[in-house]
Design a protein around this ligand. Structure first.
Ligand code: FEO
Length: 405
């Protein structure tokens, strides 16, 4: 019944859109949904590249059956074991009991651990090959992008790289699946949000993977999420290269927590100061309102960051503290950082922010702004100066060379 999208000679898209889930990993909002991409190679032997989340198993199997007709399904190549891609493995085995599961040693250990399967498996090593007839598949282990077992599969004949989550993004595939047939503008920010929140900690592993992929002359990237990249390959690889080096554009993100508006007012003045520096990219987030995944996205996007917090129970405002942990976990490198805070009877927020910037080893001016109770004229000017100072600093890029993270 299904007419699957043809990606290249003998290669078909059999993935699905998820327009039902509200939050990816129960954390990250999906305003435009997400696709779980899988691919089928039709040769003398047939190979399925990855599966989809189990909830979509019925449509998935129907798509595969439509393409296979009377042919057997010989192999399932498992590039990544996270359940949004491995969730339908048992279902596929029910329909195709003789199928051979192909993965590296870490993959196969997880196949047994998650699904209790230890038969009909084929272990492959880094650089190993599998012939399907006229198509040869090569396997490249890319550990920690962003799980230990992650690998990529390269179709030598059609120059197609099946990259797993790498180069993926949030957002459904509405009607078409290849970038040249889609308005890709809506995907760029969602690629950064995806990267920053899911892969962000593993910049060094991504750089190693990019280095390994350099000799491959791939013409198509088939990720497990988002469009198939054909027309925009160089931009997509560049996005991953820049993000994994923690390189960022000129701009300043201002994040504040505020209970009654005093710290919020300081944030407004700081933003005005940044604008006086001439920097145009200024993003202000109220930490209690903006989604954390969008804040993290913007921190990956821009090279300047200013955080403001009131003192709360002799600590940071909890929402700000939570955000700092998210930044620390991702080990974001190379940012210009300013900070400010307010308190009513004893200040603690600014001290904690000072500790934070020392931990992150970021570049910070030799002053912060701290106000007792309502904002007064001297600190009004200090907030303006802080914003202007970070804006001026942000005009000098901090560039890290490729593969040096
Ligand atoms: Fe799309 Fe790491 O799972």
């Amino acid at each position: 019944m299904f007419q699957n999208h043809k990606i290249a000679n003998d290669i078909y898209y059999v993935g699905v859109n998820d327009r039902q889930k509200h939050k990816f990993e129960n954390m990250l909002p999906l305003p435009n949904g997400v696709s779980y991409n899988a691919y089928l190679i039709m040769d003398e032997k047939t190979a399925l590249i990855d599966t989809v989340e189990l909830a979509f198993g019925d449509v998935f199997v129907n798509k595969i059956q439509s393409q296979l007709g009377d042919k057997k399904l010989d192999y399932l190549i498992i590039n990544h074991m996270e359940p949004d891609h491995s969730g339908a493995i048992r279902l596929i085995r029910q329909y195709y009991p003789e199928i051979i599961l192909v993965g590296n040693s870490k993959t196969l250990a997880m196949v047994e651990g998650f699904y209790g399967i230890d038969d009909n498996v084929l272990e492959v090593n880094d650089g190993g090959e599998l012939s399907l007839g006229s198509h040869t598949l090569q396997f490249y282990l890319t550990p920690m992008v962003h799980w230990p077992e992650t690998m990529m599969t390269y179709d030598v004949k059609e120059r197609v790289l099946f990259s797993g989550d790498a180069f993926g993004c949030f957002g459904n595939l509405d009607g078409a699946v290849i970038d040249k047939d889609l308005d890709v503008n809506k995907y760029w920010d969602e690629m950064i949000r995806y990267y920053a929140n899911i892969v962000g900690k593993y910049g060094s592993a991504v750089q190693k993977a990019l280095l390994k992929l350099t000799p491959l002359d791939f013409e198509i990237i088939c990720s497990t999420h988002g469009p198939i990249w054909k027309k925009h390959i160089s931009e997509v690889v560049d996005v991953y290269d820049q993000l994994s080096r923690y390189n960022a554009k000129e701009g300043v993100v201002i994040i504040y927590g505020s209970m009654y508006g005093n710290t919020e007012l300081m944030a407004e003045i700081v933003a005005q100061g940044v604008a006086q520096s001439g920097v145009k990219n200024i993003i202000v987030h109220n930490v209690s309102k903006s989604d954390p995944s969008e804040i993290i996205r913007d921190i990956f996007k821009y090279n300047g960051l200013i955080v403001g917090s009131p003192t709360y129970c002799n600590e940071l405002y909890p929402e700000v503290e939570s955000l700092l942990r998210k930044i620390e976990i991702r080990q974001v490198k190379n940012r210009y950082f300013g900070y400010f805070g307010s308190f009513t009877w004893a200040g603690a927020a600014v001290k904690r922010l000072e500790t934070f910037v020392q931990t992150m080893k970021w570049i910070t001016p030799d002053f912060a702004v701290e106000e007792k109770q309502g904002l007064k004229e001297d600190n009004y000017h200090a907030c303006m100066y802080l914003g202007k100072k970070i804006g001026e600093m942000a005009k000098t890029p901090i560039v890290v060379e490729p593969h040096c993270v």
